[in-house]
Design a protein around this ligand. Structure first.
Ligand SMILES: [Zn+2]
Length: 273
């Protein structure tokens, strides 16, 4: 068993990896059902920056996170800009971006911490969520890897930052690749294809696929390869293998929903022990 979606209550669902031990680390991916947001954000929109009513988004966050026993007013969120900056966060950042977008960690696409109770939170609709758990050093991370962040090495940078800050041994890291746009749906233009071709060089065959005359990119494989290059063991990388575009009845998909849509939330919190 790997990625599973479970019903929490009142049509609110949670995706999770069965490999991450709940007594050590709480995590979850929200889906789009069971919330209070109206079209085009219906209904469990987690994004404060997409034009939805903030009070609806805050209610949705509270709904989803309360099932995980996470205080939605104390989470730590980031202003995600498709870059490669990693921020180590802790007590000082508790509540950053929790109630308004302006207070989110500026210009940051990965958050890391070793403080139990600090809930790392990010928003997604097709971009790849990466969850990191270092059982040995008791540290976690959460990264946002769209195509730009991927070719800016956000996965590698997150591993490197955990090595520096927590003395993480990459071979001890467990990494989860969450629901995001799959190679089935992510057709790209020449500029994006070129960016991946030059970044991955001889390994590009694992990532670029030609389908009916169009180039498709496999962001899951691209991030997997980067993680392996950073020292993460292949058997410690788990993928949800769930395409948000194919399954946009369940998940928000920027591409399948035509741009104006809500965001799923991904959260990860170290338990106290
Ligand atoms: Zn798809």
């Amino acid at each position: 068993m790997s990625y599973i979606v479970e019903h929490m209550s009142n049509n609110v669902w949670r995706g999770k990896f069965s490999e991450l031990p709940e007594e050590e680390v709480i995590h979850g991916f929200s889906c789009r059902l069971g919330g209070v947001s109206r079209e085009p954000y219906a209904s469990l929109d987690m994004g404060l920056h997409v034009g939805d009513f903030p009070e609806d988004v805050l209610e949705n966050r509270k709904l989803f996170l309360s099932y995980l026993h996470v205080n939605s007013e104390r989470l730590i969120a980031a202003e995600q800009i498709h870059g490669n900056r990693v921020a180590r966060v802790g007590e000082k950042e508790l509540g950053a971006g929790a109630l308004d977008y302006e207070s989110a960690c500026k210009g940051t696409d990965a958050l890391i911490t070793n403080i139990p109770g600090a809930a790392l939170f990010m928003c997604f609709a097709d971009c790849v969520p990466l969850l990191f758990y270092d059982k040995e050093k008791h540290a976690i991370g959460l990264a946002h890897a769209g195509w730009k962040g991927t070719v800016a090495s956000i996965a590698k940078e997150t591993v490197r930052a955990m090595e520096e800050e927590f003395q993480t041994d990459p071979s001890e890291l467990l990494v989860g690749i969450g629901p995001s746009i799959g190679p089935c749906c992510f057709s790209v233009g020449e500029d994006v294809a070129d960016a991946f071709q030059s970044y991955y060089g001889t390994e590009s065959d694992r990532i670029l696929q030609d389908k009916e005359g169009k180039t498709h990119i496999d962001l899951w494989e691209a991030n997997r390869l980067q993680l392996e290059q950073a020292g993460v063991l292949p058997q410690n990388i788990i993928s949800a293998d769930t395409c948000t575009s194919c399954q946009h009845a369940w998940y928000y998909s920027y591409r399948a929903d035509g741009g104006k849509t809500g965001r799923m939330g991904a959260v990860i919190v170290l338990q106290k022990y």
